[in-house]
Ligand binder design. Structure first.
Ligand SMILES: Nc1nc2c(ncn2[C@@H]2O[C@H](COP(=O)(O)OP(=O)(O)OP(=O)(O)O)[C@@H](O)[C@H]2O)c(=O)[nH]1
Length: 380
């Protein structure tokens, strides 16, 4: 119940955390997308080309004012045709770009003004070609200068605007990289934390399971574990055939040990008996039996040993060895003169018989052993 609550809390925190991160990243990305996605390279190239126009116009007009020849006239005419085209192309690029319109509006106004002057400039060129009077030359020079300065200023402003936008784009990319890095780090931390928590929960569960299946005093399996293991052994015996025997052991007059030597001494005896059982069981495993025996403390001074692949005779020999071993357990002083003995009930499973029925028969046999004088074996 507690683990479930902890898990639900953990998952909720993680979901909320990821939701907030996702929302923040989403908002930031939407804002940054336009800026970062824009490609200013083509526009910068056009602007650099356009910046040559006022220079060429000045050179062309100067030459025309000095000595009008057909090459200079052609050059200026070509520029008068090219400049408005370039202006329109740049206006189109600007209006389709992600740049804020208030940034480029003043320079478009200036370009519009310059564009309006171009027909007048053309007329003044023609007038100079017709009559090279000082007044005509002057008015061409003045208007030419005005057009040239207007163009130069507009293109230089546009160049600056594009450089600023590119710098802003680079800055945004830097922020985006940091944000992505941060999100990834958070992801690693959260996933790592989650994995650690799950590992801890898994370990705690394993430990709890072990504790719930183990007898704390002797370290043997407890009754519950014996029942669980028995189910497995009985199912296997039913599938593959083979005898299955059960020993139920009860220490004789154990109350006396407690009464005479104290409870701690009694505990030591129980541990010593458990050691004898484990040792014997391990030895019997070495004798080429596929399934291992199950030893359990069923409660108090009562133990049980389940012996798969073991018939009545083999179980009897095994029980006799255990009885002898327990009789020979040497107790420490002051109980060294006291002999521990055990009574054992033996039952071998009949076809189709379950663990509970087998246990009941072995238990009855055990009580017969007690009744017939203790320190002996009885068969069901
Ligand atoms: N030291 C110790 N004693 C225990 C433990 N569990 C049960 N006992 C004792 O085992 C004794 C069992 O006594 P009885 O049921 O009268 O049986 P018994 O004296 O062995 O006599 P029989 O079984 O008739 O031979 C009691 O004194 C319990 O207190 C334990 O964990 N530690």
């Amino acid at each position: 119940m507690k683990v479930d609550g902890f898990r639900i809390g953990l998952v909720t925190v993680i979901v909320v955390l990821f939701g907030l991160c996702g929302l923040a990243a989403g908002m930031y990305m939407t804002q940054a997308r336009h800026l970062v996605g824009a490609d200013y390279t083509a526009m910068v190239t056009d602007v650099v080309r356009a910046q040559e126009d006022p220079v060429k116009l000045r050179l062309g007009l100067d030459s025309l004012l000095d000595s009008p020849d057909s090459i200079h006239i052609q050059q200026v005419s070509h520029l008068m045709w090219l400049i408005p085209q370039r202006m329109e192309s740049l206006r189109h690029s600007l209006e389709n770009s992600d740049l804020p319109s208030q940034g480029y509006a003043p320079l478009l106004e200036e370009l519009d003004y310059v564009k309006q002057q171009l027909p007048t400039l053309g007329e003044r060129v023609e007038r100079v070609m017709d009559e090279r009077t000082p007044a005509n030359l002057d008015s061409l020079r003045v208007l030419g200068l005005e057009v040239e300065e207007g163009l130069a200023w507009s293109y230089s402003e546009l160049n600056e605007l594009l450089h600023q936008a590119s710098a802003e784009q680079r800055r945004m990319m830097g922020w985006l990289s940091t944000a992505v890095l941060l999100l990834l780090s958070m992801l690693v931390v959260v996933v790592g934390g989650l994995a650690l928590s799950l590992l801890q929960i898994h370990r705690q569960r394993e430990r709890l399971r072990e504790l719930s299946e183990t007898d704390a005093l002797t370290g043997l399996s407890n009754r519950r574990k014996m029942q669980e293991m028995a189910q497995h052994d009985f199912a296997r015996a039913a599938r593959q055939g083979g005898a299955l025997s059960l020993l139920v052991l009860d220490l004789d007059l154990f109350k006396e040990v407690n009464d005479r030597f104290g409870h701690p001494a009694g505990d030591k005896v129980l541990k010593a008996v458990a050691d004898v059982l484990v040792k014997r069981v391990r030895e019997s495993d070495v004798v080429a039996r596929m399934e291992s025996d199950v030893v359990a403390r069923m409660g108090g001074e009562e133990f049980a040993v389940l012996l798969p692949d073991t018939d009545r005779d083999a179980a009897t020999r095994f029980a006799e060895r255990i009885r002898g071993d327990i009789e020979r357990i040497a107790l420490p002083e002051p109980a060294d003169a006291h002999a521990i003995t055990v009574s054992i009930g033996i039952a071998t499973a009949a076809p189709g018989e379950g663990f509970d029925a087998l246990y009941t028969r072995a238990d009855r046999a055990l009580y017969r052993a007690k009744a017939r004088g203790r320190n002996r074996l009885e068969h069901a």
